[in-house]
Design a protein around this ligand. Sequence first.
Ligand SMILES: Nc1ncnc2c1ncn2[C@@H]1O[C@H](C[S@+](CC[C@H]([NH3+])C(=O)[O-])CC(=O)[O-])[C@@H](O)[C@H]1O
Length: 324
Amino acid sequence: MNLDHFQADLAAVAQSPLHPWLTRLPAQLEQWSREQQHGELKGWLSAVKALPQLPADEVALTDTVRVNAADVSSSAQQQIQGLLQQLMPWRKGPFHFHGVDIDTEWRSDYKWQRVAPHIGPLSGHVLDVGCGSGYHLWRMLEAGAEHVWGIDPGQLFMAQFLATRHFMPPELQARAHYFPLGVDDLGPLHSFDTVFSMGVLYHRRSPIDFLTQLHDCLKVGGRLVLETLVVDGDQQQVLVPGRTYAKMRNVWFIPSTAALLHWLERCRFKSARVVDESLTTVDEQRATPWMQGQSLADFLDPNDPTKTIEGYPAPRRAVIICET
Ligand SMILES: Nc1ncnc2c1ncn2[C@@H]1O[C@H](C[S@+](CC[C@H]([NH3+])C(=O)[O-])CC(=O)[O-])[C@@H](O)[C@H]1O
């Protein structure tokens, strides 16, 4: 994969208020093309390229993101199913393309249902930091964003996004973008209307730097929608787990909501408020035919589902909204 693959997305940057991004983005993507490619990326992209072209007669960016042609042969359906299975495990969804249901590990629609009532209509340019397969990008378009921009260093997730975008009608394809970059690559763009970062903060070794990076992507008067794991406690309460939390290795900081509000204030965000707090259930995160590995039920204490297998409080997530 080289810079040519990103030309349409780079042209969309050039024509948008995000154009200062072009001072660093092409060079980063070029470097990524030279150095960072996963051994299986070629195979994943070949699967995406082999997907059949079908008309998008029915498009619904709803709980199950769906695209259907009025008429699909069973051989085309089987071909789609086989090619999309080459992109397993599918973690974030659900999707439905031309008769094929992708029942992902996460019911990401549950998360969106906790977020959507609190954000009103979106507008302008919306960034999703750590967007995974990009499921929520489609929901952000549904909510009114003009253009959505996802970044995530996960290359299988990028292939899943490209497969999803392949099925979309051209007018939606032109408004949804994905770059295989991490948050450290962004720089202070001061351009996005809304930034989402859901399920990422606890993976960061330096959460204050992370919040500052999110702040500096936003234009003045922009809005951050942050979703992350939380624990009970006061402004100074933060769980730093041992080697694993719910069998995840790369978990660093799980603050109380009070601590998170305090951090956001220290990072110059205004009016930070908690709009939702919910336990993650085994309905929301579970093994499926499209993700056949272990899932939440295996990560909890079998005798006490209020605890992780390591004895920490079971996953609870908060949604926080604030402004710059
Ligand atoms: N440095 C980084 N920069 C950006 N993204 C990163 C970085 N490191 C890891 N990620 C990405 O952050 C995402 C976290 S998953 C949340 C997905 C979605 N948002 C969701 O809310 O369902 C949560 C979870 O499964 O624990 C993954 O896609 C990583 O590749």
